[in-house]
Design a protein around this ligand. Structure first.
Ligand code: HEM
Ligand code: HEM
Length: 211
């Protein structure tokens, strides 16, 4: 590398080279590779899994309460968080489509590869369909919605008292389907880890993008 003259400029160039290298390294880690899930996919996965399971508990708890101000307040949080999760699911789906998917262990039979693709697709479908059904249910019941009491949120359909109970049943049914699928999904992850002893669970927990 050139030295001596313009010492301060050289220091500046070094810093630029260092930061561009660091940036490339960190961008590499943010994106998925054929080996592992990038930081964004991993963090979004665990954050959303925790929030979705929290949403289920909140929804069940609020639904069981009598019509009190506490119920109305909890449902405001439930609906606001639910719409936030819908927006996050859309962003995450866009990111998943724009990234490579880590390959499965080479000995994975074709039927299991199909099952993984199908189950991931269904998980995305449910992450979208559940909040949309809740939004439709709320709209059909003609209940005004304001996200976190800050942002007025539009209804998705005209009020429809006759259809509303069925939309409520759909909301509940889709959540049940998600719980069954997540149980199988988490079971499969644990099976990979403890029975197959491969890195499928570890690469969703830690950075394995370069190995
Ligand atoms: C990931 C997102 C969501 C999940 C996991 C979820 C889950 C649940 C669950 C488990 C229940 C209780 C159902 C039952 O046992 O009958 C429920 C009820 C409900 N949810 Fe959601 N929900 C989500 C998003 C939303 C959204 C976005 C809205 C509206 C904008 C919404 C509106 C409602 C309403 C109005 C109820 C019924 C409460 C009642 O009748 O007392 N949910 N939800
Ligand atoms: C509401 C709960 C959950 C949802 C909605 C969910 C959804 C997903 C989705 C959509 C993927 C595909 C990767 C992506 O595009 O991000 C995935 C991958 C994965 N999930 Fe989950 N997940 C949930 C809970 C769990 C739990 C509890 C575990 C483990 C105990 C787990 C372990 C994994 C693993 C290991 C992968 C990577 C699979 C591979 O490399 O092929 N997930 N999950």
């Amino acid at each position: 590398m050139t030295t001596v003259t313009y010492g301060s400029c050289i220091r500046y160039t070094d810093a630029m080279l260092y930061s561009s290298h660091a940036l490339r390294r960190s961008v590499g880690m943010i994106r998925n590779t054929a080996h592992g899930w990038g930081a964004l996919a991993r963090q979004a996965h665990w954050l959303m899994a925790a929030l979705i399971l929290g949403q289920v508990v909140l929804g069940k708890y609020a639904e069981a309460l009598d019509r009190t101000p506490q119920k109305i307040s909890l449902l405001m949080w439930h609906k606001s968080l639910g719409i936030t999760l819908l927006l996050l699911a859309l962003l995450r789906l866009g990111w998943a489509l724009a990234n490579p998917r880590p390959t499965l262990p080479p000995d994975t039979p074709p039927w299991r590869r199909h099952a993984v693709r199908l189950s991931h697709g269904m998980l995305y479908g449910l992450m979208l369909a559940i909040p949309i059904s809740g939004w439709l249910y709320n709209s059909a019941r003609n209940i005004p919605l304001s996200l976190f009491r800050l942002i007025p949120w539009p209804p998705l359909m005209e009020p429809d008292e006759a259809l509303a109970p069925r939309l409520g049943d759909w909301h509940e049914g889709l959540v049940m389907a998600l719980l069954v699928l997540v149980t199988l999904h988490a079971g499969a992850a644990l099976w990979h880890h403890f029975h197959q002893r491969d890195s499928v669970l570890l690469r969703m927990l830690f950075d394995r993008t370069r190995t």
